[in-house]
Write a new protein. Structure first.
Length: 231
């Protein structure tokens, strides 16, 4: 548990149900710190059907600008599908804009490139719209560490999991993700679960390699950015 910061932190969500989870995580990390949430499910709905369109990018910039206008010292975008648009929006404001999957990508590359590792990262998603952005982020992170040719990313969609979740069958969705983790772990040094909504399945996967989820790292990056702002 850390100490509060005086300025608010901002969070942009595309899955309404995740707002409470991130709020609780932040309260544990920065108890008493003001938090401003924006939820826009249309961003993800559009990204799933049409990709990250100019309209999604425009809305992203507007939401981030709104959070900054509300006094946010740092902003966390909790949706991996629109992570690349978050990076673009960051260029238009003077506070840090954090991708929820950035810390996870850094850890995945570090583990895959450690001594004795095979240089293989498995990225799993339930939505194809998320698979590309997170997979590319891991590849760029490896390239930035001069490990581009030494780290191989295997990105896969977990068949049926999105449909199960949409139907309200969370148990089946998590079971499908856990089974996919077990399969991917046979060849990979580390398994990355690209969406925050997949985090609950991690505990069900009994594997010998790390299974990384995005919420903890995203919150840690937001906390670090907010504290830097206080300094």
């Amino acid at each position: 548990m850390g100490t509060a910061v005086s300025a608010p932190v901002g969070l942009l969500h595309t899955v309404p149900a995740l707002a409470a989870r991130f709020d609780a995580d932040l309260e544990r990390a920065l108890p008493g710190t003001p938090r401003v949430h924006v939820v826009d499910a249309d961003l993800l709905a559009t990204a799933v059907v049409s990709g990250v369109t100019p309209a999604v990018r425009s809305a992203m910039r507007a939401h981030v600008a709104h959070l900054v206008a509300r006094g946010a010292a740092a902003v966390l975008v909790t949706c991996s599908s629109i992570g690349e648009a978050a990076e673009e929006a960051a260029g238009a404001v003077d506070v840090p804009v954090v991708r929820v999957d950035a810390a996870m990508a850094r850890e995945a590359v570090a583990r895959a490139s450690a001594p004795g590792a095979r240089g293989r990262v498995a990225v799993l998603a339930t939505l194809a719209s998320t698979l590309g952005p997170t997979g590319r982020l891991v590849e760029r992170t490896a390239a930035g560490a001069d490990l581009g040719s030494g780290v191989v990313v295997d990105a896969r969609v977990v068949a049926g999991a999105a449909e199960a979740r949409a139907a309200g069958d969370e148990d089946r969705a998590d079971a499908l993700v856990a089974a996919a983790v077990g399969e991917a772990a046979q060849e990979a040094d580390v398994v990355v679960l690209a969406q925050a909504s997949m985090a609950g399945a991690a505990a069900r996967a009994q594997v010998d390699v790390p299974v990384l989820t995005s919420p903890a790292g995203g919150v840690a990056d937001l906390v670090a950015a907010a504290r830097r702002g206080e300094g």
